[in-house]
Design a protein around this ligand. Structure first.
Ligand code: TYD
Length: 213
């Protein structure tokens, strides 16, 4: 534990899962529930939770000329470093609840397993970027990539660089998320993303409520 970890008083909750799993909906429902209960919530995301991050997000998701896998991993890590230092850690030190769409598990799953850069190296890079900050709770919304693809198709938005990857890529990503959850059962809550949104929200509330005492 670093010195700044020791000053941490808030709660850090991340939502993870494949594209189209419903993370944003669940993050919003949790934010609403906590705000109604009088908690101060910082709702944020990676990539793109800061002004610098918005620029990085545009490169990693929309650059047409392609981005090499290592450059992609470094760009996500750069986004994370700036975001943690300027948004997440200050909020936790104030005692706020941080609710975040995606964090370092996305790097391990997408760059480590999807791009085949290796889980340990990518995790170390992310931990270095974030000065060791890990979430108190990570909600994994698990979904078959074929079902996710149908949801994204129905959305009618153009696919970004990662969403446009083939099914085998998204299957590796899904398997890596599940392996991460198995390796750290205390940090992860794994939910079946095909369940109704209200049931998922109830399960998330129960866990967050227990953590907040
Ligand atoms: P997201 O914001 O969930 O996309 P959307 O706005 O379309 O819901 O995430 C953007 C993409 O970035 C997503 O495909 C996953 C990918 N990603 C990584 O590959 N590595 C990372 O470290 C992070 C945070 C995201």
């Amino acid at each position: 534990m670093t010195g700044s970890e020791g000053r941490r008083r808030g709660l850090f909750v991340t939502f993870e899962g494949g594209d189209g799993a419903g993370k944003t909906t669940q993050a919003s429902l949790l934010e609403e529930w906590l705000s109604d209960a009088g908690r101060t919530v910082v709702r944020t995301r990676e990539p793109g939770g800061t002004d610098v991050g918005v620029l990085i997000r545009d490169i990693v998701l929309h650059h047409r000329g392609g981005v090499s896998p290592r450059a992609e991993a470094l760009l996500y890590a750069a986004d994370r470093a700036h975001h943690v230092e300027t948004v997440v850690r200050p909020a936790l030190e104030r005692g706020d609840v941080v609710i975040q769409d995606r964090y370092l598990d996305s790097s391990v799953a997408y760059q480590g397993a999807g791009r085949v850069l290796g889980r340990d190296e990518v995790r170390s890079l992310s931990l270095w970027a974030a000065e060791g900050l890990l979430p108190d709770l990570t909600v994994l919304l698990d979904l078959d990539p074929a079902v996710a693809r149908d949801r994204l198709d129905a959305d009618d938005k153009p696919f970004d660089r990662l969403e446009a990857e083939r099914e085998s890529f998204h299957t590796r990503v899904r398997e890596e998320f599940l392996a991460l959850a198995t390796a750290e059962p205390g940090r992860f809550l794994v939910l079946d993303a095909t369940l109704p949104a209200e049931d998922l929200a109830g399960a998330v509330r129960a866990r967050v409520g227990a953590l907040l005492g």
